[in-house]
Design a protein around this ligand. Structure first.
Ligand code: 6PG
Length: 253
């Protein structure tokens, strides 16, 4: 890990402030990425925080900073359920903000559900194809500007769970999982090499029930026990947390 990649822990007084600050931070970072390279690629996530940050962005006075027609959206993982299902990450993200934005529908890269694929593995393969088609010239994947990740109380990240064989998959960009320990059992997830492709990786964590997972991930626990400790941004890794989630991390001296 380079000094650039060393995670920075940003503790916010409470969940509300975390959501508002992260939403505004996201808009600033996307507008910076667009100024630099025209188009920005953002990887979204599920869970309550994955949608809360979008709601925070929507409530921010900075919403107008981003050119939504020049934003590509991806998902780090998705539950293998039909489009529009309330438990899908993209459905929740749409309800939180996306449906109100003038996005280019061809830039919204949703994971295929059972109605558009023959199996969770076929869906994963289709997604890998979408990623390859949008790859940066000379690369096999797009360069993501910002990757958002939630963290489970068991320190899982995306749909990569402690002790699961998916943790050691490196030869595929995306994989289908049919035995997720957390329902639904069928999911599509980016693998670690793909989760390592972002310029900036942001973890969004709120609540005392996550404090142990935050502590173990930041303390360098083995990937097999704390998968969330593994993904790093190529330039920046931020842990955006509230005080409750930071409750077991020692304050800087
Ligand atoms: C899932 C969940 C899960 C979630 C984390 C963080 O796919 O089953 O969405 O991965 O993202 O548990 O959840 P919170 O954002 O609610 O803390």
């Amino acid at each position: 890990m380079t000094a650039y990649q060393r995670p920075i822990l940003l503790v916010h007084r409470d969940r509300e402030l975390l959501i508002a600050a992260s939403g505004a931070r996201l808009l600033l970072a996307l507008s910076e990425a667009q100024s630099r390279s025209g188009t920005a690629h953002l990887v979204l996530t599920g869970g309550s925080m994955g949608s809360a940050i979008l709601a925070g962005a929507g409530a921010s006075g900075l919403l107008g900073l981003v050119d939504w027609s020049r934003l590509h959206l991806w998902w780090g993982d998705e539950r293998y359920l039909p489009a529009g299902h309330p438990d899908r990450n993209d459905t929740q993200n749409r309800a939180a903000l996306l449906d109100t934005l003038p996005l280019d529908p061809t830039h919204v890269h949703a994971v295929a559900g059972p109605e558009l694929s023959t199996s969770v593995h076929d869906s994963a393969q289709q997604y890998a194809g979408q990623l390859a088609a949008a790859a940066t010239p000379g690369q096999s994947l797009p360069d993501f500007d910002i990757l958002l990740l939630g963290v489970g109380p068991d320190a899982h990240v995306a749909s990569l769970f402690p002790g699961h064989p998916s943790l050691s998959v490196t030869e595929r960009a995306v994989m289908g999982i049919s035995d997720s320990p957390k329902p639904p059992s069928e999911r599509v997830t980016m693998t670690f090499p793909t989760l390592a492709r972002a310029t900036q990786t942001w973890f969004l964590v709120s609540g005392a029930d996550k404090a142990d997972a935050v502590k173990r991930s930041l303390a360098g626990a083995p990937t097999n026990q704390a998968p969330a400790g593994t993904p790093h941004g190529r330039q920046r890794t931020l842990w955006l947390v509230d005080a409750a989630a930071a409750g077991q991390v020692a304050a800087p001296a």
